[in-house]
Ligand binder design. Structure first.
Ligand SMILES: *[C@@H]1O[C@H](CO)[C@@H](O)[C@H](O)[C@H]1NC(C)=O
Ligand SMILES: *[C@@H]1O[C@H](CO)[C@@H](O)[C@H](O)[C@H]1NC(C)=O
Ligand SMILES: *[C@@H]1O[C@H](CO)[C@@H](O)[C@H](O)[C@H]1NC(C)=O
Ligand SMILES: *[C@@H]1O[C@H](CO)[C@@H](O)[C@H](O)[C@H]1NC(C)=O
Length: 444
């Protein structure tokens, strides 16, 4: 596939990211998984810096990688090349890749930053991701192939249906980031996304994430490179010279509030938890405690039970607002989400459910603010796959249910919560109320 692809094909490739229940070429779970990681809080406070796309996610990721001296562990659902080296026509079919010359010029800055970490500083890098079963075409190479050929260790997730967490930890917890950011151009530079960088935060809430990572690593399958390369090609691929690269300034989203990186000290880490494990019980345990307000920003609400919780909060007088993406990749999810929003609308929440600012390609962030004092941030959506019921999960082939790995965090510190509020209010002010309409899925 050539480096320059028509826009139409790129757009249709958004389909690849669909996670509808029927599309499960990424599912490699063979054994039942039982809940094993319990929620934990930290006894000491941490320094926390929130970050948001489209403004600071790419600089945040690249800086974390550049700071690493010893090790980097990464959870990412996938890696979409910024140079069109991972595109393909049919979901779960065919092959992909670029020529070696074109892949070498990958414009996704995380790619050269990772290679420099290995070559310049001998950093040990481990990545847990999903196997979409799309190998490199003959004569081509993909970003993951390239990284693996340069001693970046990549394993394919098998613990449950899908690895959906977005996590990076540097030098064994020196700095850790948890966010909604997919490794795609859109996610870094066109969507609203939200995350937090945790510093000086080696405590039980955060070590839980590392335990989940280590478990999934141990359970994962080694990445298999499909193509073979000649010695002269290998010399290009494994060239250890420092790779210069530029981190693009955010093109910004016209009219949107521009966020900044602001460090907050003395942030209480009230809880860290993981999906599937305890995620549903934990999220549910917070609803009865809400007193005055509940402000949700999430890509989609497709879970019936969580949707009902929003309505019951509203019915007992809580000031509930729900801000969601107007563009949803998966058609199945799109219709599920409309069902929820209609239920809320019919239940009296007219004007309280809004599409976020439509100039974001996706409003893909996942956070909620309780009583103006507590921030909950998640790598997963309000979907049955991210907050699944039960305590053990059979493979999809036996249960017909998708179950994701995700991470969640609960934080308290007033200045930081106020900053999330500023972003929330700004996005809300530019959004538009959800109204019942004839259902046409805009995405396709
Ligand atoms: C983000 O990545 C996940 C995992 O691959 C995918 O299910 C989802 O559709 C992507 N979201 C967007 C908005 O691209
Ligand atoms: C890669 O980048 C170099 C330097 O910018 C340029 O000379 C070369 O043409 C590029 N190659 C491809 C295949 O894009
Ligand atoms: C993905 O899984 C398939 C089996 O379903 C396997 O043949 C392939 O090698 C795996 N891909 C990678 C990159 O490991
Ligand atoms: C409810 O919350 C929204 C968002 O914070 C705020 O703009 C609005 O004034 C609140 N309404 C009431 C009645 O408190």
């Amino acid at each position: 596939m050539s480096a320059a692809l028509p826009l139409a094909l790129l757009t249709s490739c958004a389909l690849l990211w669909s996670a509808a229940a029927s599309d499960n070429c990424y599912d490699h779970q063979t054994e039942t998984y039982s809940a094993r990681f319990s929620p934990a809080g930290c006894t000491k406070t941490c320094t926390v810096t929130p970050f948001f796309s489209p403004d600071t996610s790419i600089s945040t990721y690249v800086s974390l990688i550049e700071e690493a001296q010893e090790s980097i562990d990464i959870y990412t659902p996938g890696l979409r090349s910024w140079s069109y080296c991972t595109d393909y026509k049919e979901e779960c079919e065919g092959c992909t890749g670029c020529s070696i010359e074109a892949q070498r010029n990958e414009s996704f800055p995380v790619f050269p930053a990772l290679l420099n970490a290995v070559h310049d500083r001998g950093v040990k890098i481990r990545i847990v991701t999903n196997n979409f079963t799309i190998p490199a075409c003959p004569g081509k190479i993909t970003p993951f192939d390239w990284l693996v050929l340069n001693d970046v260790q990549v394993r394919m997730y098998t613990t449950t249906t899908f690895q959906h967490a977005k996590y990076i930890t540097v030098d064994k917890g020196k700095k850790t980031a948890v966010s909604s950011v997919n490794w795609s151009y859109t996610s870094f530079l066109k969507n609203r996304e939200a995350g937090v960088i945790l510093e000086d935060c080696t405590c039980s809430a955060v070590s839980l994430y590392q335990s989940a990572f280590d478990y999934d690593w141990d359970n994962g399958e080694d990445y298999v490179i499909t193509q073979t390369y000649t010695p002269s090609e290998m010399a290009v691929i494994t060239n250890k010279a420092h790779m210069p690269y530029t981190v693009p300034d955010s093109p910004g989203v016209p009219g949107a509030f521009v966020t900044q990186l602001i460090k907050h000290d003395n942030v209480a880490i009230k809880k860290g938890y993981s999906s599937p494990d305890s995620s549903r019980d934990t999220i549910m345990s917070y609803f009865p405690q809400v007193q005055q307000s509940f402000n949700l920003a999430v890509y989609q609400v497709t879970d019936d039970g969580l949707c009902d919780e929003l309505l019951s909060l509203y019915n007992r007088g809580v000031n509930v607002t729900v801000m969601v993406s107007d563009y949803i990749v998966s058609e199945y999810d799109y219709y599920k989400a409309q069902d929820c929003y209609k239920k809320l609308y019919d239940g009296g929440m007219k004007g309280r459910v809004q599409y976020a600012y439509s100039k974001f390609e996706f409003s893909h962030e996942k956070y909620w603010i309780i009583d103006s004092t507590t921030i909950h941030l998640s790598t997963g959506n309000w979907s049955p796959s991210d907050f699944p019921t039960g305590t053990s999960w059979k493979p999809y082939s036996q249960s017909g249910k998708s179950v994701n790995r995700d991470l969640e965090i609960v934080l308290e510190q007033q200045d930081m919560v106020d900053y999330f509020y500023r972003v929330y209010d700004a996005d809300w002010a530019l959004g538009k109320p959800w109204e019942p309409k004839s259902l046409t899925h805009k995405g396709h």
